[in-house]
Write a protein that binds this ligand. Sequence first.
Ligand SMILES: *[C@@H]1O[C@H](CO)[C@@H](O)[C@H](O)[C@H]1NC(C)=O
Ligand SMILES: *[C@@H]1O[C@H](CO)[C@@H](O)[C@H](O)[C@H]1NC(C)=O
Ligand SMILES: *[C@@H]1O[C@H](CO)[C@@H](O)[C@H](O)[C@H]1NC(C)=O
Length: 170
Amino acid sequence: MDKFALGMWMCLLVLSPILAIRLTPCDLAGQLYILDVPKTELGQWLCIAEFESRFNTHVVGQGNSDGSRDYGLFQISDRFWCAPPKATPYHAFNGCNVNCTELLSDNITTAVHCARLIKKQQGWTAWSVYEEFCNGTLSDAENCFQPETTETTLTPDPEIEITTVVTEMD
Ligand SMILES: *[C@@H]1O[C@H](CO)[C@@H](O)[C@H](O)[C@H]1NC(C)=O
Ligand SMILES: *[C@@H]1O[C@H](CO)[C@@H](O)[C@H](O)[C@H]1NC(C)=O
Ligand SMILES: *[C@@H]1O[C@H](CO)[C@@H](O)[C@H](O)[C@H]1NC(C)=O
């Protein structure tokens, strides 16, 4: 997404509060982790989602100069990667083999799979925000996982004790 498009959807976001349904950064980190995204990539994905969509899964950017639109959390282009709801002259490929509207779901599975395919084929620079905002020191997604780790360490797990008893009776 180019800078003009970024400006456009920011206007859209301000004018349409109903679209402002957002994930928190740690929600997103947790969901990415469950979807097998390597922990070493979480910082980059969080950064891209922040600058592309402000963590909003429902955003459709409309400002690209060629008339194409960008969909969802990672602002995936309907020019090359998904099928737009209506046939358009600029649509060239459906690289992720999905309908673009699937990329707007609260269930981010499809959007994540598509974004990872794009990254695999084109690298991080497929996102124009990457070079400017995301290629450097990033906020540490590791912080999102610490409370859980601490809890697990401090709380004895009753199931382990039950299992032990059963084993001894055997
Ligand atoms: C896209 O949506 C159309 C109509 O709803 C459906 O027929 C088609 O199977 C969908 N394609 C994919 C890849 O989900
Ligand atoms: C989310 O979508 C994926 C793929 O479409 C599906 O396998 C999964 O069950 C869905 N998860 C939920 C919580 O609905
Ligand atoms: C990212 O930063 C490194 C180190 O500053 C630089 O060598 C590289 O070219 C940058 N990559 C992109 C895509 O901007």
